[in-house]
Design a protein around this ligand. Structure first.
Ligand code: ATP
Ligand code: MG
Length: 283
């Protein structure tokens, strides 16, 4: 094994076992996809990991928790036109998330859409009792229907992200293989610890996922090295290479795992799905 292989082991279809079929579903584990840095691959990972797990027979709910609505758009759902989205449920006296969930074109994958209305939530919630628990309360009646709920957070550490961390069992942190990436993660880690202490003792850091990796550059290798030193086994073995196919898939409004199933990016997200099951982070 070369040094490069130790940092970036080959991504392969036999690295982790194929998950055994499930004969019953739920209650779901809830995962917050979070990093306050923009454009690190949160939404891309949410959609492609969800599609890969759904193809392994897991029932998945994506909660779009970003007013930009990128996860909704990425699944081909025009949330701008919707009357009811996650926003209405967060502020409702009697929320009923079942009425807001939409099926996607992918079997086993449902979505709670979001649009720009959600940008008002931080202001509206500020005067609410238990404002940090609003999302947790909204999700409670649907967790039995799914094996995994993935919350696609906006790039911020504000009240919406605190709501996601309060509702979650685990946090998945996508990290762009860039200098200074680690510096921002220290702030996120502090926020996770605060939420653990004050609001949600069960919260765990499920893993750090290196994204936009270019295995051939010294730059990516140095970043991977320092991330693996800093986070140890918390870093997933799986990493995601930089490829133009992801922007293409965004335009196609479909997960790359469906749009180009044999592309290395699809192979990587399928491996991540198997690694997550192997780690016990999804049934
Ligand atoms: N591995 C990759 N290689 C190349 N481009 C990628 C990769 N992953 C994501 N992208 C592209 O980078 C851009 C940002 O990705 P994405 O929207 O997933 O990030 P994000 O963290 O959700 O961003 P935001 O913080 O704005 O929500 C998108 O155009 C996406 O298609
Ligand atoms: Mg996003």
């Amino acid at each position: 094994m070369t040094d490069q292989d130790a940092l970036f082991p080959p991504i392969a279809d036999d690295e982790f076992p194929v998950p055994a079929p499930l004969d019953s579903h739920g209650p779901a584990r809830i995962v917050a996809m979070s990093n306050q840095k923009g454009g690190v691959g949160k939404t891309t990972t949410t959609i492609n990991l969800a599609a890969a797990l759904a193809a392994y027979g897991r029932r998945i709910l994506i909660v779009d928790f970003d007013p930009q609505g990128a996860a909704s758009a990425g699944l081909g759902i025009n949330a701008r036109a919707l009357e009811r989205t996650i926003y209405n449920e967060l502020i409702a006296a009697k929320p009923n998330l079942h009425e807001v969930i939409v099926p996607t074109s992918i079997e086993n994958l449902d979505l709670v859409p979001a649009n720009i209305d959600l940008s008002a939530a931080e202001i509206v919630l500020i005067n609410e009792v238990a404002r940090e628990q609003a999302l947790s309360r909204v999700l409670r009646p649907v967790v039995d229907d799914y094996d995994l709920v993935i919350i696609d957070c906006q790039p911020s550490l504000g009240l919406l992200t605190v709501n996601a961390l309060t509702a979650a069992h685990g946090v998945l942190i996508p990290l762009e293989a860039e200098y200074f990436a680690m510096r921002g993660v220290a702030l996120l880690t502090e926020q996770i610890e605060r939420v653990q202490e004050r609001l949600n003792p069960r919260l765990q850091t499920d893993g750090v996922l290196l994204t936009m990796v270019d295995t051939r550059t010294l730059h990516s290798r140095e970043v991977a090295n320092s991330v693996r030193q800093g986070f140890g086994d918390t870093v997933y073995t799986t990493y995601i290479s930089r490829t133009v196919k992801f922007p293409d898939a965004t335009i196609a409004a479909a997960p790359i795992t469906l749009y180009a199933p044999s592309h290395p990016g699809s192979v990587a997200y399928r491996q991540l799905a198997r690694e997550i099951v192997a780690r016990g982070q999804c049934a």
